[in-house]
Design a protein. Structure first.
Length: 439
């Protein structure tokens, strides 16, 4: 589940009647939502990290910007099983800090932490660090070095180095705690990290981001990939490309799991779900009509939101070949919905959107899963307060009854939840990206 504020992922969730409008900074509420997701046996929470203001602060609650490590530390103390995946940029963080923070979260949660490895691409974020963005090549050179140094730091204690033998007075075996002394073109660290292994050894690495560079990162390091795809064919192609990248890196393709995004607005009927989304988002839908027109090759300026597209408009529509959402938008329009309802279907959302009864969400996930388009899903819930319970109490039982989802956690760690192999320290199958030892 996408996680990062006390509201949900719809822009109007903070004003929803069931929601505390001050929930933006309510850590107790976030822990409660995490506990609810855990009751539904979700494998993990996923926290993006947007370190700059987006939209208009006058009306926009700035979703998904709460500091990930602090938030998940609070959640770790209030949960027992669910995984905790945080985003940590490799562009403006040093590897020692990243290694220390994520290992501490892993120890705090007893082996439930994951690190979503990404470079920073927003120049406004760079300015917040008093810097400008490096080139794409420089960012990815640094990313590879950072990951390798972080993994080396995580493995700087041998697995049996911590003795904690009170009777003999031996706390640790110094021969098994070693510096790493690695230096690359962009980063370096002497080590060791003064933290022992967790129950899963070290945090699980995730990746989110497209392009050839992103596939290479995922193929080399990731056990989970956070996807952003709009069609089942696009998702299947991306999953196959990631599995091929893992194979090229000398890994078993089953070591990498692809999670497709899906946005949710659930109610007893499709009509009531549309009404829920319309009520939640208010006037913001009107601002999206022009964008929908661009998707369909139509001029919708001044069009009535409470009328369907005319037969002439439908016959004149030309879906954009550059936007995979356009085909679905035209399909929904041809069903005869008003322009407001078309927009409420989420046709220009940044993931496929299920607006309808809980069984529709179960059907969507089953279809994609059985088509080989996803190993799992990350859910973007409209409003946690009353949008998450239908998933936990209705969708999950449907999937369990169909034999598609587990009835309980497979183990105690995030690696157990994802069925990915144990790793401690750097993967010996990878080249060092010009890192050299400085002994």
């Amino acid at each position: 589940m996408a996680f990062g504020s006390g509201y949900g992922t719809q822009i109007g969730a903070w004003r929803w009647p069931a929601v505390d409008p001050t929930g933006w900074t309510n850590f107790d509420a976030m822990v409660r939502y995490a506990q609810l997701a855990e009751r539904g046996k979700f494998q993990f929470l996923f926290m993006p990290d947007f370190q700059s203001m987006k939209g208009d602060i006058a009306t926009d609650p700035q979703q998904l910007i709460m500091e990930p490590m602090m938030t998940l530390a609070a959640v770790a103390r209030g949960t027992k099983h669910i995984g905790l995946v945080a985003t940590g940029s490799t562009t403006f963080n040093e590897p020692f800090n990243l290694a220390r923070q994520f290992k501490a979260l892993d120890l705090l949660s007893h082996g439930r932490a994951g690190w979503n490895v990404v470079p920073t691409s927003d120049p406004v974020i760079a300015a917040n660090y008093g810097q400008s963005l490096p080139t794409r090549r420089q960012k990815y050179e640094r990313l590879h070095e950072v990951v390798q140094v972080v993994q080396a730091l995580w493995g700087s204690w041998e697995e049996d180095a911590w003795l904690h033998d009170a009777e003999s007075g031996k706390f640790a075996d110094p021969a098994k705690v070693r510096p790493i002394n690695l230096r690359g073109k962009h980063v370096a660290s002497a080590g060791p990290l003064v933290l022992p292994p967790s129950e899963q050894g070290q945090p699980v690495i995730f990746q989110a981001g497209g392009g050839q560079e992103g596939q290479t990162v995922a193929g080399l390091y990731a056990s989970g990939v956070i996807g952003a795809v709009f069609t089942i064919d696009e998702a299947r192609a991306q999953r196959l490309a990631l599995r091929a990248a893992a194979k090229r890196a000398g890994r078993d393709p089953d070591e990498i799991k692809f999670f497709a995004g899906v946005m949710t607005t659930l109610a007893s009927t499709r009509r009531s779900a549309l009404d829920r989304r319309i009520a939640m988002n208010g006037d913001t839908l009107e601002q999206l009509a022009g964008y929908l027109g661009e998707l369909l090759g139509l001029s919708l300026a001044g069009a009535s939101l409470d009328q369907p597209l005319s037969s002439h408009q439908l016959s004149s529509a030309r879906p954009s070949p550059y936007d995979p959402r356009s085909g679905n938008a035209l399909r929904i329009a041809r069903e005869g919905w008003t322009l407001r309802d078309i927009l409420a279907h989420g046709v220009i959302d940044y993931h496929p959107t299920v607006v309808g009864p809980p069984v529709d969400l179960a059907d969507h996930m089953q279809k994609w899963f059985e088509a080989g388009a996803a190993d799992g899903f990350w859910l973007c819930v409209d409003a946690y307060e009353d949008g998450l319970p239908p998933i936990v109490d209705e969708v999950v039982p449907i999937l369990q009854k169909r034999g598609l989802f587990h009835s309980d956690y497979a183990g105690s760690t995030l690696r157990d939840h994802l069925s990915v192999p144990f790793q401690y320290g750097r993967d010996p199958r990878h080249r060092d990206f010009e890192l050299v030892r400085q002994d």
